[in-house]
Design a protein. Structure first.
Length: 130
């Protein structure tokens, strides 16, 4: 059931703090990390008693998001960003937004936007890079 306003991938210190900040401002956030045990630890500790929800997989995360979906990638720039985008694309639709918060090179963002446009996800949606 779609209940989260936004999802964040990457539960290092910055990701955890951004999730808690969004939670404090009234957003329901879905947390995901490739190491799922980090999701469980985060929910049982730092996010205990909050509205933050967790996901066991990317498919699970996408299913918990309201449309249009908004996903923040807060993983190391480079191959990790590319890998997550590649895995996300089959689950996204036109209008969905991926925000790359991993300090990617701006030229890489243009290439990734073109890849997303070849899939229906990026046609009316966006890849934003910070």
């Amino acid at each position: 059931m779609a209940q989260a306003d936004i999802a964040l991938i990457g539960l290092a210190v910055m990701g955890q703090n951004l999730i808690m900040n969004m939670n404090d401002h009234g957003f329901v956030v879905c947390a995901f990390n490739r190491t799922v045990s980090k999701v469980h630890d985060f929910l049982q500790n730092e996010a205990k008693g909050s509205k933050v929800i967790g996901a066991e997989s990317l498919e699970d995360m996408v299913s918990k998001l309201k449309k249009p979906r908004r996903i923040v990638l807060l993983v190391k720039a480079g191959q990790a960003v590319d890998d997550f985008i590649e895995k996300l694309v089959p689950h996204l639709e036109a209008g969905d937004i991926i925000i790359d918060g991993g300090n990617s090179e701006y030229r890489d963002t243009t290439v990734k936007q073109n890849v997303l446009q070849m899939h229906k996800a990026g046609r009316d949606g966006s890849l934003l890079s910070f």
